[in-house]
Ligand binder design. Structure first.
Ligand code: PLP
Length: 393
């Protein structure tokens, strides 16, 4: 079994690829689901190259090969590699492409873990960075240095759901010889496939939508054979391997990705529209709403607007907390992308580590509420928010 995609399957539509791409052909012992190869090492069979020797940390068990092929097919990449978490995928990718003396251009307002790694940890390795405004491409050239190697963005930012100018990022990277990397966790391959738009590498927290069931941690890097080979080499050294059992679960989760995300797109748009029309709600951040500053761009680039929204309720923190206490369906928890609706105030979870001054500069208020919308019945969700918002302010 190899990590390369079966090109006959790449021509099929996404929902078919999500189910069938990468699955062993013929099936192993006829088993429809790939068995879990819970073995750290494999008998040698005359391999002469170290990388051909099968060993769990080297991400080359049958479970890895099958999952890599499925992921590559979904994102229309040549190759993919999985990692033990989204952060393992992101940090390993950056450490593959950057070394001492290099410089990175990164989007302002990245996911907190990535933001901290870029702004604090990379400096310890002698790697510089500048943060760019994703909506002002005319300002990016001034941030370039002769040592700039790569540009790093996200498809939709958290928690304000901004959509950076992704087309300009690709053009800019090509013009200046930079490797373009995008974290597409929020968009998922259902709504946007960055490699088809010219990005060099796409990274995911597989913990979120790809798996979709809030029961594992995983990451993925997808792109050209050469770039993924380099990332894999670094990952083998840094050691962020995904266990075969988690590979199996992630592979199983991906089979229903298109159904889940389709439903999440619909549910979130319905909830966003309801909230935007509610007198107790001040502002709703969702790229699917006509009122969103980058709605036109999102419509042009994406085939759906995703399952994440955030909003402000009238009455500040106290009202927001009252709402969280009154809601019955959403669970109050960090993370996102699962089948169940989750709700949180980002300042108490995902952005708790970001200093208040920085948060305010980023436009993230203490009372902002973020929702990861699940696959429940949209009528039930709207009804629950309706009763939750009654009399909170
Ligand atoms: N990227 C985004 C956009 C995220 O939201 C997260 C986690 O919330 C990560 C990456 C990190 O993923 P993980 O928790 O799997 O390491």
């Amino acid at each position: 079994m190899s990590d390369r995609i079966d090109s006959s399957k790449a021509t099929r539509r996404l929902a078919t690829r999500a189910v069938h791409a990468g699955e062993p052909e013929p099936r192993i012992e006829g088993a429809l689901s790939i068995p879990i190869f819970q073995s750290s090492t494999f008998e040698t069979a005359g391999e002469t190259d170290y990388h051909a020797v099968r060993y769990l940390r080297c991400n080359n068990t049958p479970n890895h090969h099958s999952l890599h092929a499925k992921l590559a097919s979904l994102e229309a990449g040549e190759a993919a590699v999985v990692a033990s978490s989204g952060m393992a995928a992101i940090t390993t990718t950056l450490l593959t492409l950057l070394s001492h003396g290099d410089h990175l251009l990164a989007l302002e307002g990245l996911y907190g873990g990535t933001h901290t790694f870029v702004t604090r940890d990379l400096a310890e390795y002698g790697i510089g960075h500048d943060l760019m405004d994703g909506n002002r491409p005319e300002t990016w050239s001034a941030l370039l240095k002769p040592s700039t190697q790569a540009i790093y963005v996200e498809t939709i930012t958290n928690p304000l759901m901004q959509v950076p100018d992704l087309e300009q990022v690709v053009r800019f990277a090509r013009k200046h010889g930079l490797v373009s990397i995008v974290d597409s966790t929020f968009a998922t391959p259902v709504n946007y496939r960055p490699l088809e738009s010219g990005f060099d590498l796409v990274v995911h927290s597989g913990t979120k939508y790809l798996n979709g069931h809030s029961d594992l941690a995983a990451g993925a890097v997808i792109g050209s054979g050469e770039l993924v080979r380099r990332v894999t080499h670094k990952l083998n050294h840094l050691g962020g391997v995904l266990d075969p059992h988690a590979c199996f679960l992630l592979q199983r989760g991906i089979k229903t990705l298109v159904l889940r995300v389709g439903r999440q797109n619909e549910n979130t748009l319905a909830l966003a529209r309801f909230l935007a029309a509610h007198p107790a709600v001040d502002a709703v951040n969702y790229p699917g709403l006509e009122s969103h500053a980058q709605h036109g761009r999102a419509r042009k680039l994406f085939s759906g607007f995703g399952g994440m929204l955030s909003f402000e309720v009238r009455g500040g923190i106290e009202a927001a907390d009252r709402l969280l206490g009154r809601l019955r369906i959403p669970k109050s928890a960090p993370s996102l992308g699962g089948v169940e609706t989750l709700i949180t105030r980002p300042v108490t979870t995902s952005h708790a580590g970001v200093p208040a001054k920085e948060r305010i500069r980023m436009g993230i208020s203490d009372s902002l509420v973020r929702v990861s919308v699940g696959i429940e019945d949209p009528g039930d969700l709207v009804e629950d928010f309706e009763q939750g918002l009654k009399g909170i302010s």
